[in-house]
Design a binder for this molecule. Structure first.
Ligand code: FAD
Ligand code: MLT
Ligand code: ZN
Length: 476
């Protein structure tokens, strides 16, 4: 695992030959990329932390083309790395060695939208933000939203089971994805592109592909249930003097804003410092140890504003919240959201990032950050916490001026042991990819991991799909 210094061995896959290139060029004329300059960005992950050396990038436009590619690669035993927008944060989206990159970038067509049910069916390579814009014009929204929306693909979101900023309200993709189409390793097309809310005809096979990180099949299309666009959206950005007060504010918020609450996010003062320093974003309120971003989305502006007003009055009067600002106008809403969404970007300017994406009982969330700070002392440049409080999901990030093996040895396995002791998850929403796969046992019993291995062998017996990812090394 390059993240912690040990590099896996290349498995005995074939090496792409001239004959293979001829086949791909005939199948995908002008869409078989071998120019090293063009391949450069597809070989490196968003965090610039892992780098492959693929010499071929394929850009199919249809399910049939994906099917032909995989059938051929399976027969030839050529390894394949499915890639969407390449915004993944665990090193799953780029090759480790010379795997062929299969990009969904040109599979970007909306196939159908039902205005009555709100069900959208589209190809896997549609960019999330483009889908959001498409739906907003029709008075609907996507059930998920995340900081990477401008680049990530819906297929990549489904393949990672991305959570994001609206999960608290609309639930996970495991509930909103109604159907999907995937191409299996041998090229067989599995058409489970159902658009039914209810379907109990046997095993729900689409769930296998949701969160499978490109290891079981290439997702080529999805159908997804989309909510109506809310008539009124409000955002409040608040300051709290302790994490305990933040938690009490959360409880109060759930009680008083209940059905209109669409996000409850947090960042600490260290994150605010990075936003100010690296992105020149100004803190919209007075300095506080913790910041909360609350979003409400409802159908009646006057009703929502009254509710929000009552809630704010209560938390201010009881001194749970020390300062705050509210936005109802779109540009100000966006500016407040930037304070939360752009923490990821600010961190990349602070040095090398060690990223942890942990599920914990909500009351334990910040204890992990303070314990880690104490544990690391001056070994780290910054130790920051932010994330999706409403989902019990902490993003613990540690920076250092450069990659630092001694620092990493101090963080891991400490962070995973800490998580396991609380019965948390070592990957709440980003997946395991390359960086986290060998820590799976901290969150899953060996019997469950072994069953994952059996499923992988059944669906991809030659192991060509995203090798070196998700499954721990001992299962290879
Ligand atoms: P990629 O990065 O290209 O791929 C991710 C994985 O999915 C890889 O293993 C790849 O092989 C596989 N894959 C991609 N497409 C397919 C396909 N069609 N079929 C099969 N496998 C496929 N994640 C969250 O959960 N919540 C967040 O709030 C969040 N915010 C983010 C903010 C930023 C700024 C960034 C950079 C990332 C964020 N992420 C977040 C990480 C998240 O996993 C990705 O942004 C997104 O879901 C990945 O989509 P992608 O198209 O970029 O996939
Ligand atoms: C977020 O919630 O901002 C994302 O998951 C990205 C990150 O963890 O930095
Ligand atoms: Zn997140």
């Amino acid at each position: 695992n390059p993240a912690n210094g040990t590099v896996p061995r290349r498995l005995p896959f074939s090496i792409v030959s001239q004959q293979d290139l001829d086949f791909f060029k005939q199948l995908l004329p002008g869409r078989t990329i071998t120019d090293p300059d063009l391949l450069e960005s597809s070989n490196v992950d968003w965090l610039k932390s892992v780098k492959g050396s693929s010499e071929v990038l394929l850009r199919p436009k249809s399910t049939e083309e994906v099917s032909q590619i995989l059938r051929y690669c399976n027969e030839r035993r050529l390894a394949v790395n499915p890639q969407g927008g390449n915004t993944g944060l665990v090193g799953g989206s780029v090759p480790v060695f010379d795997e062929i990159i299969l990009s969904t970038a040109l599979m970007n067509q909306v196939l159908a939208f039902d205005h009555v049910s709100g069900i959208l069916t589209c190809q896997a390579g549609c960019v999330l933000e483009n889908l959001s814009n498409y739906l907003e014009e029709r008075d609907f929204i996507m059930p998920l939203d995340l900081g990477a929306k401008g680049s990530c693909h819906i297929g990549g979101n489904v393949a990672t089971n991305a959570g994001g900023l609206r999960l608290l309200r609309y639930g996970s993709l495991r509930g909103t994805v109604l159907g999907l189409e995937a191409v299996l390793a041998d090229g067989k097309v599995l058409n489970c592109l159902s658009t039914l809310r209810k379907d109990n005809t046997g095993y729900d096979l689409k769930q296998l592909f949701i969160g499978s990180e490109g290891t079981l099949g290439v997702i080529t299309a999805v159908s997804i249930l989309c909510p109506r666009k809310p008539q009124a959206v409000n955002v409040a950005f608040l300051g709290c003097s302790s994490f305990q007060q933040l938690l009490e504010t959360f409880q109060c918020c759930r009680g008083m804003l209940g059905e209109i609450l669409s996000a409850f996010e947090f960042l600490d003062s260290a994150c605010m410092g990075l936003l100010e320093k690296h992105l020149k974003l100004a803190n919209p309120i007075t300095d506080s140890p913790f910041y909360i971003l609350i979003e409400t989305a409802g159908s009646n502006a006057a009703h929502d504003e009254e509710k929000l007003h009552n809630f704010l009055e209560t938390v201010m009067m009881s001194s749970l919240v020390t300062d705050g600002t509210v936005a109802t106008e779109e540009s100000k809403i966006k500016a407040l959201w930037a304070m939360r969404e752009r923490v990821t970007e600010a961190l990349t300017h602070d040095g090398y990032n060690y990223k942890y994406d942990i599920s914990l009982p909500v009351e334990k969330i910040y204890q992990m950050v303070t314990d880690m700070r104490k544990h690391l002392g001056d070994k780290a440049k910054n130790v920051v916490g932010y994330g999706h409080v409403g989902d019990g999901n902490l993003h613990l990030n540690i920076t250092s001026p450069t990659k630092d093996p001694a620092l990493l040895a101090a963080i891991e396995p400490y962070v995973y042991e800490w998580t396991a002791a609380c019965r948390g998850s070592i990957s709440a929403e980003h997946g395991l990819g390359l960086k986290k796969k060998n820590y799976i046992y901290f969150s899953k019993p060996p019997e469950a991991v072994a069953l994952m291995g059996n499923i992988k062998s059944m669906l991809d017996p030659r192991g060509i799909l995203n090798p070196y990812k998700t499954l721990p090394d001992n299962l290879r």
